[in-house]
Design a protein around this ligand. Structure first.
Ligand code: B12
Ligand code: SF4
Length: 512
């Protein structure tokens, strides 16, 4: 029987709209395949079938290892559940954990019974070395960036160095997943996710990226990026790319070549990417027009807070005004925006809450958010391991989980800031509710009217169109008048968001 490597990407507990390809595993899978190892990826986000698929694969194959990825939070719990079943089926096969959480808390992670090896940081090179040792029955000694158990003790390999050239990694192995399951209508009717760089040169105090990547930004060349995108267009008929880079716009020269080549090669796609406002604000008009012309139709910004003291505390190196200027810029370019904010930072008198809610209200009212399809996400500040602010919070008495498993409950939807009063929290929850309703209307508006030309033309959806137009008028009235009580449409939102039947019909319609 052929020996295979199995990679399991645990369920993230996210809604349908956040459905993305497991890019880390596509990259690991490509490296393993290049080295001659047959690799299977199972994604726990693809419904009940993934569990059955995993079981049948395990029954029919000899497995070299099971690899599991985990961000801090619910992925740990789903990953452990799968690891438990795996251990029963294949008690002698090692279970390797990697990804953000094991990288940030390796010592605690390796202590768990269902963890045999921890890989820290980028896994492309070490996973191949581990596969080779396991397949040939050789010791793991000397492999950099890993922790493993031997005779009941934990051994650690030498410090791993960050790779200097991510271009050397083979192209992400999209063929290892059923790509159709990951096509969304995010930025165009057939949108797929892709990443063109790793890491980030900035130093935001709440974020672990700068810790893991030591403030380095590892980028693929513009040529490599365009070749990959052309491949995705040709192979999967993709017409939209969502770049998952922490910062896409950092290097102007690279952005220019990517945009020029997208146009020159006639790629004809729409795309979205993450940006820091002050980076884009420095672009000249000609480059901005190129960005727009090459298909950029959405920019995602971590605005984080509407309070300057909070932004300074998290060393965002950005101002509240930068976000507002960014909104003005995107309105001028007709590019939609997704702004992400958080409240509950450890600032004096919790003043970040009011300032942030005020800025969001101002943006909704004064900058045509609904009409332009701009969206705002509001989260609680959640201290994540590996960040400077986390260390500060722990020093100041923050109670953090004491085991790998316990980190499974650490999510953005739970308030972790003891300094937020109950009254203040009520206000935040109400705002979160209102923004969720607003986001639903903005999205429905965008998807039905702007992104799916077919639907707009089809007569049979006439009534749906009229209904949505009316809902949108009402919703603008609500924003303008701060009127969110009587949440009739919230129920519609919940019905659409939660009912698998309704969301199935909607996604079918949108893909039509
Ligand atoms: C896409 C994404 C998501 C998607 C994930 C779905 C998917 N299919 O990928 C969604 C939207 C669901 C998501 C949710 C969340 N995310 Co997120 N997400 C990202 C993002 C933007 C890209 C991830 C990615 O694809 N990277 C590209 C691949 C190539 O890199 P990689 O995943 O790191 O994988 C490499 C290594 O980590 C390693 N590796 C990974 N897994 C494994 C497993 C094994 C066995 C081995 C050997 C190696 C290995 O090798 C891979 C190749 O080098 C990153 C930021 C970023 N740019 O990386 C944030 C990021 C990972 N998310 C983060 C956070 C905080 C979250 C959320 C908590 C909240 C939020 N606001 O998004 C939730 C958590 C959900 C949960 N607990 O389950 C943090 C992670 C912090 C942490 N401590 O975990 C990041 C770094 C963002 C940040 N700047 O803080 N996220
Ligand atoms: S929040 Fe974004 S810009 Fe700031 S360090 Fe993290 S990845 Fe970089």
């Amino acid at each position: 029987m052929e020996k295979i490597c199995v990679l399991y990407f645990p369920n993230t507990g996210s809604s349908l709209n956040w459905y993305r390809a497991p890019l880390g595993f596509l990259s690991l899978g490509a490296s393993l395949e290049e080295a001659g190892y047959k690799t299977v990826i199972v994604d726990g986000n693809c419904g009940k079938e993934s569990e059955l698929r995993l079981l049948s694969i395990l029954k029919d194959h000899d497995v070299i290892f099971l690899g599991i990825s985990a961000m801090t939070g619910v992925q740990i719990l789903d990953g452990l559940q799968v690891a438990r079943s795996f251990r029963e089926l294949k008690p002698d096969t090692p279970i390797i954990w990697g990804g953000w959480h094991p990288t940030l808390m390796p010592q605690q992670t390796i202590k768990h019974d269902l963890v045999d090896i921890v890989v820290k940081g980028l896994g492309e090179e070490n996973i191949v070395k581990i596969a080779s040792c396991l397949k040939n029955g050789e010791p793991l000694k000397g492999i950099p960036g890993i922790l493993y158990k031997k005779g009941g003790l934990v051994e650690e390999g030498p410090e791993d160095k960050l790779p200097f050239d991510v271009n050397a990694f083979p192209r992400a192995a999209y063929h290892l997943i059923d790509v159709e399951q990951y096509i969304t209508t995010d930025v165009n009717s057939r949108t797929l996710t892709y990443i063109s760089s790793r890491g980030c040169p900035y130093r935001c105090g709440f974020c672990a990226v700068s810790t893991v990547y030591k403030r380095r930004w590892l980028r693929q060349s513009a040529e490599r990026v365009i070749d990959d995108i052309e491949y995705l267009i040709k192979t999967y008929k993709v017409n939209g790319i969502r770049f998952e880079d922490s910062n896409f716009f950092t290097n102007r020269k690279r952005v220019r070549v990517i945009c020029e080549e997208l146009i020159r090669r006639g790629c004809n796609i729409k795309w979205s990417a993450l940006a820091r406002p002050e980076e884009l604000l420095k672009y000249d008009d000609e480059l901005l027009m190129l960005v727009k012309e090459s298909g950029c139709n959405q920019v995602l910004v971590g605005s984080e807070s509407g309070d300057q003291d909070a932004l300074d505390l998290i060393t965002k190196d950005n101002t509240v005004e930068d976000t507002i200027k960014m909104v003005e810029l995107c309105n001028r370019l007709d590019i939609s925006l997704l702004l992400s904010y958080m409240v509950g930072l450890p600032v004096k008198n919790c003043k970040d809450v009011d300032s942030t809610l005020n800025v969001i209200t101002k943006l909704y009212k004064e900058y045509e958010f609904a009409k332009r399809g701009h969206e705002i996400l509001l989260f609680y500040y959640t201290p994540y391991p590996g960040s400077a602010l986390y260390r500060l919070a722990v020093d100041n008495g923050l109670k953090v989980p004491q085991s790998f498993e316990a980190w499974g409950d650490w999510t953005l939807n739970v308030l972790h800031s003891p300094w937020i009063t109950e009254a203040m929290n009520k206000k935040i929850l109400k705002a979160m509710d209102n923004y969720a309703i607003i986001r639903f209307y903005v999205r429905a508006n965008q998807m039905i009217f702007n992104r799916t030309e077919v639907l707009v033309k089809e007569k049979k959806y006439f009534l749906l169109r009229v209904a949505l137009r009316l809902i949108n008028k009402l919703f603008q009235f609500r924003i303008d008048n701060d009127f969110f009580s009587f949440p009739l449409f919230r129920n519609i939102y919940l019905l659409v968001a939660k009912s698998p039947y309704v969301s199935k019909i909607i996604s079918k319609m949108l893909k039509a």
